[in-house]
Design a protein around this ligand. Structure first.
Ligand SMILES: NC(=O)c1ccc[n+]([C@@H]2O[C@H](COP(=O)([O-])OP(=O)(O)OC[C@H]3O[C@@H](n4cnc5c(N)ncnc54)[C@H](OP(=O)(O)O)[C@@H]3O)[C@@H](O)[C@H]2O)c1
Length: 254
């Protein structure tokens, strides 16, 4: 896909990967609308030249309001990226984990579906456009301290596959972004020395997005180990390795 002439709405662009990709699309020449709940950050981003639109993906009314606002101001919107997500540690032996599970599913999976449902009619009516759902390497290779997170991201992957099949022939393409661990804050980099540097990750993503035809999945080199673990026969060994993090991240398990 071209990246220099797009009108893109990134849902979940007030920080992290979404914000970095918003800046990359804007630097390439595209018009970018950024969304999220933190209105103070949206105001700061407006000063940077972005259009900021408040949106809470767990609230269907909020999603509909954001959609109406954006399609009024930017009727040429052609790209939606569903970046909004939460990553929560859960101890499955503690029944209190259930509220984290609900929040994770409501945001990462149902939130993705709400946003896609809201904008798909517009994209179908224009007969072209790109939906970029955001899953995770953890959707393909679970990280045991974040069980519901892994489940939602596996769900986003499966949903994206079905969405692509259902939209085949309409001109609307589905390009799933599958990030590996990416250090979005200095603390994150400290906790996970293997996490990719955000700027390097974003450069690789923007390069891959420009591949023609648009790939079904954006797979930077750092995620290939997760993506193909089952095929490569490394899955059991890698899950066992990643289970060691339970001792550090959930030390109070009984
Ligand atoms: N960083 C990684 O290592 C990594 C790896 C694989 C996949 N991912 C995925 O990449 C995405 C971005 O992650 P990140 O690391 O950049 O995290 P982040 O900095 O915490 O960004 C998350 C974004 O989602 C937004 N968000 C959260 N809940 C929302 C809600 N209910 N409604 C609307 N927006 C909401 C946040 O904005 P507000 O708080 O302003 O609402 C923020 O802009 C997530 O989907 C994550 O699962 C990240």
């Amino acid at each position: 896909m071209d990246i220099d002439n797009r009108t893109v709405f990134i849902v979940g662009a007030t920080s992290g990967i979404g914000l970095e990709l918003a800046r990359r699309f804007a630097a390439a020449g595209s018009t970018v609308i950024v969304g999220g709940r933190r209105t103070d950050l949206l105001d700061e981003l407006s000063a940077e030249g972005f259009t900021g639109v408040p949106i809470d993906v767990t609230d269907a009314g909020s999603v509909a309001r954001a959609r109406d606002t954006i399609l009024h101001s930017h009727p040429d919107l052609d790209t939606i990226m569903t970046m909004a997500g939460v990553m929560i540690l859960e101890d499955l032996r503690d029944p209190a984990h259930f509220s984290a599970a609900e929040q994770t599913i409501d945001t990462n999976l149902l939130g993705t579906i709400r946003v896609i449902d809201a904008f798909t009619p517009h994209l179908l009516a224009r007969g072209s456009g790109t939906i970029i759902p955001v899953s995770s390497g953890i959707g393909f290779l679970p990280f045991p301290p974040m069980p519901t997170y892994a489940a939602t991201k596996a769900g986003v992957h499966a949903y994206s596959e079905a969405l692509r099949a259902q939209l085949d022939g309409t001109g609307v393409e589905v390009c799933e972004l599958v990030p590996p661990a990416v250090a979005t804050t200095p603390e994150h980099a400290q906790h996970n020395s293997r996490a990719l540097v955000l700027a390097d990750f974003a450069s690789e993503v923007m390069d891959l997005l420009q591949t023609n035809p648009t790939p079904h999945e954006i797979l930077v080199k750092g995620v290939l180990m997760n993506r193909w673990a089952e095929r490569d026969g490394t899955y059991d060994e890698l899950v066992a390795q990643r289970s060691q993090a339970l001792a550090v991240l959930l030390p109070n398990r009984q």
